[in-house]
Ligand binder design. Structure first.
Ligand code: AMP
Ligand code: MG
Length: 490
């Protein structure tokens, strides 16, 4: 099998990365291969799932055209700047041009130590690998920009965490793995030339229109800010909580990246935090837009020397681009909420209508996903509201709002049937609920049983379909199934 790699990042200056090979593992076994993604990349899924493919996914065999590197980056972790992080447990094999002509990184996560590993072992445990596999592919199926999972293997070796856990390697595919923290790496060293080379690379790769703009670096910053605002609005729409929105986990391509203690919210509470390491709720659900804006400000700081030779002018340009973040987010957020409520036109009263629903949901611990899904079903008929009240602690609390919503729908063009269909295509029935992900991990870790994983992947591949056979996957956790804390498990 030929991997026609074309490695543009490995052609950048040597200080951008370290050349390093994966460390072979004892006894790799396949967890899964993402056949549609393999085909997209021009790879043969059957070969990939076969003996030789598994050796590649494990890092035991490096394809001929690969130029394995670990990339350098820095980052603000929980607000604290760390000048050197880098790929400590990831190795970029190379870049493939996919069938659509798009350049995609192929990276192994958990392939052993690199020069950036610091105290770590460069390995990944099975649990976090399964979580990333499930959640990244669920995000893709939901239509949210994300890194993808091409496949994963267990290593046949243990990794030492709080206890001994089975090891695994995940193969991640991304538009690129360039982070806000990659810019910070060069900027914090006073390496303006490095910042410029990186910016030119990112512009050519992700924002080619910016190259033709009057002020290319300004246009680039504006584009990244816009992509990030749109991304976070999409997260909010499905109740996704990233959990570790450090600048090193913020992709300049606008994809969701670095699935650690991430989770989907069940009952709506804007202050929801799952991550065990996020003790002060810095990355709580409602904080995500503000934090993304803060991360964009860190990117803008790196670009200052490129924006203008005159510092004052550069700061003014940066501030102007950053000021666009919140309005862009708010616009996307409100449009998203309108779509979720079946509103295709926009009226002045809509933000209050949506806001009041969220307030009633929060006060009554209503399930985020189920509430919108049931509204979608209810919208088909005038008297379809019966399934809603039971989602609220005080069932009658939603009555007045439902009446208002009905009045608002009456002002919409279009018929109820197509409205309901559009809502069902916007409000998923299936998201990777925490307790399901946890059950997948428990079965795999404790019993070596991957069938819950395979079933969950099947369900989540069609999140907007009703799938009656899997209706139980729409349900929130029972009290004893509830997952309160998630862990990075690094
Ligand atoms: P994360 O919090 O997972 O985004 O990782 C932050 C930093 O820690 C990155 O530089 C990772 O490469 C590094 N890191 C995380 N886990 C490991 C590990 N097991 N071995 C080496 N480096 C790691
Ligand atoms: Mg990271």
């Amino acid at each position: 099998m030929d991997f026609p790699f074309d490695n543009s990042y490995a052609r950048l200056p040597e200080r951008f990365f370290a050349r390093v090979s994966p460390t072979p593992v004892a006894a790799p076994r396949l967890i899964g291969v993402n056949a549609p993604l393999a085909v997209e990349l021009g790879l043969d899924p059957e070969w990939l799932a076969g003996e030789e493919g598994v050796q590649v996914l494990a890092g035991n065999r490096v394809p001929e055209a690969a130029e394995p590197i670990a990339t350098a980056y820095a980052g603000h972790q929980f607000g604290q700047f760390v000048p050197q992080l880098g790929d400590g447990r990831a190795i970029l094999l190379g870049e493939l041009i996919d069938r659509g002509g798009v350049r995609r990184d192929v990276q192994l996560k958990g392939p052993g130590r690199t020069p950036f590993s610091r105290g770590g072992d460069g390995r990944a445990a099975l649990g976090p690998v399964l979580r990333e596999y499930v959640v990244s592919e669920a995000m893709a199926a939901l239509g949210i920009p994300t890194t993808r999972t091409l496949g994963a293997v267990t290593t046949g070796e243990g990794v030492v965490r709080e206890r001994m856990l089975p090891g695994a390697v995940l193969t991640r595919v991304a538009s690129s793995h360039i982070r806000v923290g990659t810019f910070q790496f060069f900027s914090s060293r006073g390496d303006t030339e490095g910042v410029r080379v990186l910016a030119d690379h990112v512009i050519a790769r992700h924002y080619p229109d910016a190259a033709d703009a009057a002020r290319p670096y300004h246009a680039f910053l504006v584009a990244v800010v816009g992509a990030q605002a749109a991304l976070i609005a999409q997260w909010q729409m499905v109740g996704f909580i990233h959990g570790v929105m450090n600048t090193d986990n913020s992709s300049v391509a606008g994809e969701t990246i670095d699935y650690g203690p991430c989770a989907f919210m069940d009952e709506y509470d804007p202050e929801t935090v799952f991550s065990s390491i996020d003790r002060f709720g810095r990355y709580a659900y409602f904080q995500q837009p503000g934090i993304a804006g803060w991360n964009m400000a860190r990117l803008a700081e790196c670009l200052l020397p490129l924006l203008s030779e005159d510092l004052e002018a550069a700061v003014a340009e940066a501030n102007e681009s950053l000021a666009a973040f919140m309005p862009a987010f708010e616009r996307a957020y409100q449009q998203g909420l309108n779509r979720k409520l079946g509103l295709l036109t926009a009226r002045d009263e809509d933000p209050a209508l949506a806001g009041d629903l969220l307030q009633v949901m929060a006060e009554n611990r209503a399930d985020w996903t189920l509430t919108f899904r049931r509204l979608s079903e209810a919208s088909a008929s005038e008297d379809g509201d019966a399934a809603l009240p039971s989602l609220f602690v005080e069932p009658s609390a939603i009555d007045a709002w439902l009446a208002r919503w009905r009045e608002r729908l009456a002002k919409e063009p279009g018929d109820p049937t197509s409205r309901s269909a559009a809502m069902l295509a916007t409000n998923p029935a299936y998201v990777p609920r925490n307790h399901r992900v946890e059950a997948v991990i428990r079965a795999a870790e404790d019993k070596g049983d991957l069938s819950p994983f395979a079933e969950l992947m099947t369900v989540l591949s069609k999140p907007y379909d009703s799938q009656p056979a899997f209706a139980h996957y729409t349900e929130p956790p029972a009290e004893h199934e509830r997952v309160h804390r998630t862990f990075c498990g690094t």
